[in-house]
Design a protein around this ligand. Structure first.
Ligand SMILES: NC(=O)c1ccc[n+]([C@@H]2O[C@H](COP(=O)([O-])OP(=O)(O)OC[C@H]3O[C@@H](n4cnc5c(N)ncnc54)[C@H](O)[C@@H]3O)[C@@H](O)[C@H]2O)c1
Length: 373
């Protein structure tokens, strides 16, 4: 097996999730390359060294530009805050390196277009990490929809609800500032929700979006006796219609007390319905209109059978998997894409589509009303 040398930019939440993905992939899959954890990059050298030691990264670097200049690196893994995706992605493409990039892909359409143009010009593999697509249950929902199990889709009811900002003592960080995050849950959680809507239903025709700020000021991390302005919405509700005629609602919030990471969808079609909830991620619920009347109702499918996508690489049926496995699946598919040259989705093309929807929702939220896409 050939080596593929990885450099990771960012070493906190996603830094850990990605490191686990790269480390596990050869243990459970048979990818064409062995990922070599070569360089970890972040700002705080002391923390970074601890991270590198724990996860097995060979070297550390505090300047991402120096990492991209190195000619012994094949893949740049961008696990940085959202405002730091476009520049490294473009630089990585120009240096001929493949790109594995966290979501939301960037802050606006200009950045999205420039990232895609650079990656296509360089001919590198580019991947946008909407990891929920790679849950076996979501992959099964996709297969069932494509095979017509629920017929014509009438409704998409998506929600991505978290609760961490209901705590008023949490300080301002990059996720609460426009320049670094572009928007609030609309961008952070909405990018995942819109990606799944694109994947399972299709493109939006038009939408409107409403947002709300519940807590407008928070302590500063540098001095908790002082407060700063929250610059982004605390919650957003989107309603719209897809080009295929299905109606959509998506709720995005970090103020849903008790909902820790509830990413859900309900899809209702002419022949049946499918629902999924990330907090119970190994299952889908499936309703079929063709069931006899005395058996009508949602059935519960535990998506851990050998025939289910990705499941065969793990444990016997019924031995469930978790959040981190989506990152291992993404690593496996990415390594295959580097070998085959056939690409991987979602990619920076999908990023352009997602950012277009999020921007439309932001414009609507800021007063434009209904926006046609
Ligand atoms: N796919 C998912 O499920 C998921 C979940 C959470 C976050 N994310 C996304 O991942 C990205 C990172 O989020 P996170 O929660 O890991 O952020 P984080 O705040 O936990 O970590 C950010 C990292 O970036 C580093 N960093 C910041 N500025 C830097 C600079 N100038 N040079 C080098 N390093 C720098 C920090 O040192 C830190 O290691 C975001 O785009 C976020 O939206 C994705």
């Amino acid at each position: 097996m050939e080596d593929l040398r990885i450099a990771i930019l960012g070493h906190r939440f996603m830094g850990r999730a990605h490191s686990n993905g790269w480390s596990q992939v050869t243990k459970f899959f048979d990818p064409p390359y062995r990922p070599v954890l070569q360089v970890a990059c972040g700002r705080d050298a002391e923390d970074l060294q601890l991270f590198a030691d724990r996860w097995g990264w060979a070297e550390i670097e505090t300047d991402w530009r120096k990492v991209i200049e190195r000619d012994d690196i094949d893949v740049i893994d961008i696990s940085l805050p959202t405002h730091l995706h476009a520049e490294p992605a473009i630089a990585a493409a120009e240096a001929g390196k493949h790109i594995f990039c966290e979501k939301p892909g960037c802050r606006n359409s200009e950045e999205a277009a420039a990232m895609l143009e650079a990656a296509e010009k360089a001919g590198v593999v580019h991947y946008l990490n909407h990891n929920y697509r790679r849950c076996p249950a979501v992959a099964l929902a996709k297969k069932m929809i494509d095979e017509g199990e629920i017929g014509e889709i009438y409704h998409w009811r998506g929600a991505y609800q978290q609760s961490w900002l209901a705590n008023p003592d949490l300080p301002i960080d990059w996720k609460l500032k426009k320049d670094t995050a572009a928007a609030g849950p609309l961008w952070d959680l909405g990018s995942h929700a819109v990606d799944l809507a694109h994947y399972l239903v299709g493109d939006f025709a038009h939408l409107t979006c409403d947002g709300k700020q519940f807590i407008k000021e928070r302590p500063l991390a540098s001095d908790p006796s002082q407060t700063g302005q929250v610059e982004v919405e605390c919650a957003a509700n989107l309603i719209g219609e897809f080009k295929n005629g299905a109606l959509a609602t998506i709720e995005m919030t970090r103020y849903a007390t008790g909902r820790r990471n509830r990413h859900t969808f309900e899809i209702y079609g002419s022949k049946g319905a499918i629902t999924w909830d990330m907090e119970d991620m190994n299952r889908i619920k499936f309703y079929s209109e063709s069931d006899p009347d005395h058996l009508k109702g949602f059935r519960d499918i535990l998506v851990t059978e050998r025939c289910h996508e990705y499941a065969n690489a793990w444990w016997p049926p019924g031995h469930i998997i978790g959040y981190e496995h989506g990152f291992v699946h993404a690593a496996a598919d990415f390594l295959e894409a580097v070998k085959s040259g056939n690409g991987i989705t979602p990619d920076l093309n999908d990023n352009v589509r997602i950012i277009r929807v999020l921007e439309a929702a932001l414009r609507s939220m800021e007063g434009e009303g209904k926006v046609v896409l």
